[in-house]
Write a protein that binds this ligand. Structure first.
Ligand SMILES: Cc1cc2nc3c(=O)[nH]c(=O)nc-3n(C[C@H](O)[C@H](O)[C@H](O)COP(=O)(O)OP(=O)(O)OC[C@H]3O[C@@H](n4cnc5c(N)ncnc54)[C@H](O)[C@@H]3O)c2cc1C
Length: 406
């Protein structure tokens, strides 16, 4: 029988993240929306907390090693039912994003690069990079969706890699302590030569060119990074340095299997925030939302609410499935993309519909609804847009290669 209840230990950790979201994030949410690029000093307290928790080996707020499932993966379990690093990181991302997704993206030690490290690092690297705050730099001026078009290069020079290129739109690109950079070790070998490298903030040749002004997630810094003869140690390459043309792109792409459900969780967190606010507004307006009466016999706003809540539930369950599969070492690329496509679309739909149904107050800054409407859009763009997720799902369902279905 399917049991959709979360295990007790996960409920406790999600509850802790929810407290952080309610008590630390919500009260400062508008402040850092208005003060774009101001450093959220309140998050320093969280950094200390995360540090303390990982030192004591108890819990993670949002999974500093988010995505690593080795700890709790079953070995010979017939039932294969591990809820490990991915599931815990996903629930914590969801709860903290309910508080404020821009601030969530600014939590020290919880960058998307951390999930990337966890996904492909060797045990030795995981030990070495276990306590870093890593952002993720794939996008370049020449491409976004087409991740195979990386032009940044990495050339081995003695005991060091020398990186050259420009990375744009790097979330937490200024504040993180490390950046996971995608670069080609040999451009003549195509996508198989793209590898990821961990670049420390103080690496010579790395600089921040500028920060972007944005529609939403203003609390999160989005940076343009320049790599000019940037030198990093030889063993900062993630995974094998060998170029396996047969295996192609699989190594670095594996990162997305872990990070996409995480971004889905962010969208689900913002969606839930909007639904809760909308429910209060509708209830205050005397509109009853009934689970006993068919939606078509209810107030139009209540019927809309029920439709959106159903979308929220399905996005939530799809994300849980993708994370559960990752924890149980089942290939989950299809499910990761499905969860992100559903959650990204639901996030933008629900937040903007909530602004609409709330009337003028929904559009005003008296509530956070309009902010969530702006914040949610990025969750349907980064780590692969809505269209790209649908393309991946179509390829997998139809059994087509990327060359056959573009
Ligand atoms: C605030 C913000 C934060 C970001 N953070 C990061 C980060 O931390 N690290 C990082 O590396 N990048 C980051 N990005 C970049 C982001 O991942 C890219 O913007 C995204 O992948 C889309 O790429 P693009 O902007 O070049 O759009 P394009 O790839 O040019 O796409 C433009 C439009 O065409 C559609 N499209 C493209 N190809 C196809 C196709 N084959 N079929 C159908 N439709 C298609 C896209 O869906 C999109 O709607 C961030 C972007 C923003 C705005």
């Amino acid at each position: 029988m399917i049991n959709l209840e979360l295990p007790k230990k996960l409920r406790a950790s999600a509850n802790q993240a929810h407290q952080v979201a309610a008590q630390i994030f919500r009260p400062i949410s508008r402040k850092y929306d208005l003060g774009e690029h101001e450093y959220p000093v309140e998050l320093d307290t969280m950094a200390a907390m995360v540090d303390g928790l990982s030192d004591s080996g108890t819990q993670k707020i949002s999974g500093a090693s988010g995505g690593r499932s080795d700890d709790e993966a079953p070995s010979t379990d017939v039932l294969l039912n591990a809820n490990g690093g991915n599931m815990s990181a996903l629930l914590n991302a969801l709860e903290t994003s309910w508080g404020d997704v821009g601030l969530m993206l600014s939590i020290p030690y919880q960058g998307l690069g951390n999930a990337a490290i966890a996904a492909v690092a060797t045990d030795e690297q995981l030990e070495r990079f276990g306590k870093v705050w890593a952002s993720m730099a794939i996008t370049e001026p020449g491409f976004g969706s087409d991740s195979a078009a990386v032009t940044t290069t990495a050339v081995l020079d003695g005991d060091e890699w020398v990186l050259n290129g420009e990375k744009i739109f790097v979330t937490a690109g200024q504040r993180s302590t490390h950046i996971v950079v995608w670069a080609s070790v040999d451009r003549s070998l195509g996508r198989a030569a793209i590898k990821s490298f961990v670049v420390p903030r103080d690496a010579p040749g790395l600089s921040v060119a500028r920060l972007e002004h944005k529609l939403g997630i203003k609390a999160s810094d989005t940076a343009v990074l320049l790599l000019q003869d940037c030198r990093i140690p030889k063993d900062n390459i993630l995974g094998s340095p060998e170029v396996n043309v047969e295996k192609g792109f699989a190594g670095v792409m594996q990162t997305f299997d872990n990070t996409r459900p995480m971004v889905a969780a962010m969208a689900i967190g913002v969606t839930r925030a909007a639904l809760e606010e909308l429910r209060t507004i509708l209830t205050d307006a005397g509109i009853e939302i009934s689970y006993d009466t068919p939606p078509n016999n209810q107030h139009a706003a209540a019927a809309e609410f029920l439709r959106m809540e159903a979308d929220y539930e399905s996005a939530y369950l799809l994300a849980l499935r993708a994370a559960w599969m990752a924890d149980n070492k089942k290939p989950n690329s299809l499910e990761a993309s499905m969860s992100k496509a559903k959650a990204g679309r639901t996030g933008t739909d629900v937040t903007l519909k909530s602004v609409e149904l709330a009337g003028a107050v929904g559009y005003s800054q008296r509530l956070l609804l309009e902010k969530w409407g702006r914040d949610s859009k990025i969750l349907d763009i980064f780590e692969g847009t809505q269209q790209i997720q649908q393309l991946i799902v179509a390829r997998r369902v139809l059994g087509k290669t990327s060359a056959e279905l573009k």
